[in-house]
Design a protein around this ligand. Sequence first.
Ligand code: HEC
Ligand code: CU
Length: 491
Amino acid sequence: MKEKKFNMSSSGKHIWLLFISAIFITACNNVNDKKDSFHADDIIYMKAAGEIEAELTDAPNVPKPLEYTSPKKVKVHLEVIERVGRMADGVDYTYWTFGGQVPGKFIRIKAGDEVEFHLSNHPDNKMPHNIDLHAVTGPGGGAEASLTAPGHTSVFSFKALNVGLFIYHCATAPVGMHIANGMYGLILVEPPQGLPKVDKEFYVVQGDFYTQGKFGEQGLQYFDMDKALREEPDYVVFNGSVGANTGDNAMQVKVGETVRLFVGNGGPNLTSAFHVIGEIFDKVHVEGGDLLNYNVQTTNIPPGGSSIVEFKCEAPGTLNIVDHAIFRTFNKGALAQIKVVGDGNKMVYTGKQRDDVYLPEGSAIQKIEGAAKPAITERPLAERLALGKTQYETNCAACHMKDGVGVPGAFPPLVNSDYLKSRVDKGVGIILQGLSGPIQVNGKEFNGVMPAIQLNDDEVANILTYVRNNFSKIDGIVTVSDVSKTRNGGH
Ligand code: HEC
Ligand SMILES: [Cu+2]
């Protein structure tokens, strides 16, 4: 299609245009027949009529669906800003951004639109930048035409020939570094008739970040080229930082609403196993293109790629958006959330109905053998601290993090936890019985589920002694008799 070239006299041109529009109208009808399908039609020769300024939004917001049905001239003004921002609590990073945030502004246009792109590089910036939009048919996706020094603006134009959801990114050397610092975003090219209506649309982009300090190390962190080359990120996040869209900043939906997520992966290195815990994608525009897949659990999104996923929220609760390469979620920050509010439908999901004792055959005998327990021995503080450290790192650190800082919006901190301080059982009940439902820790709300952890009294005493002294600055030992008091019907 794009190779099509033609020469003709101006008298023939008129007829030709009529002919093309006839093809186009037929093509549109076909699109309507094939409901929901993306089609890149032969729109190359259609003239844009009328001029508009594109609405640009920051994640997780998406510009409103476009009402017009014939091509327009669309002006896009995007400004590159280099700025320090929050990567995680207490961790800052110098981001390079398209419009001030990571990901960059969401751009929404329609196939056939003529886009006049203005890329400005803020005078306070230190580096030249440019933009490669994967929606552009042309050298470097616009990169060559848009290379811009600080304090300058470049202008170039392109026609949107292909429908789909496309990544854009900076392509200035060293390209990997510009992308690793956050220079990417999404541009949606809608089919002429638009996308089917849904209740809510959101914008989510995954990215991996490489810092000189390890995950959670406080202060301003600098880009680490060695880690980037080894493809070993310290952070893998949605929408630019740990917890950007969790807790209070979660995306909000009502029970019964349909949701469309425009998802991108800026990379620079990792492919995302994109998954929403507790939902099934009713529909996926595979790789952000024409191909529709249905009833999908996890979809692959490569760096420089995208996906459009759609689902209906039938059950209330918090949906956790993750990269199912799951250490990235629990240990590197790849978590975003959608809060679904409203009444539950027990036909869809019951919640826990019963908790029965489970005794596999033969386990009664094992129980009796196990009952011959050694006498309770108490240990001195130093010994409990040493044992507790290792046992904490094996049993708790996956969620609360090695240094006890937790994960914003998901796992509460143990460092200086006022919640733990207030527990008369010294926290024993939390480990023995687990914990769920809304709690406040140091002024932040958490509403997750901590499972009961299978540990003996001695191990619980070790871990809590370590947690309380080391993280929460609560002096004193937790003894085996503290633990057994709670186990035998205390709190
Ligand atoms: C699977 C993840 C997970 C594991 C493993 C886990 N926790 Fe938790 N923990 C949570 C969640 C989630 C909450 C918050 C529950 C809520 O919102 O009601 C929590 C809450 C707590 C709290 C109370 C809140 C606070 O910050 O003071 C303490 C104390 C705690 N956990 C200690 C531990 C200890 C000690 C271990 C290891 C023995 C452990 N947890 C293992 C997920 C986990
Ligand atoms: Cu750049």
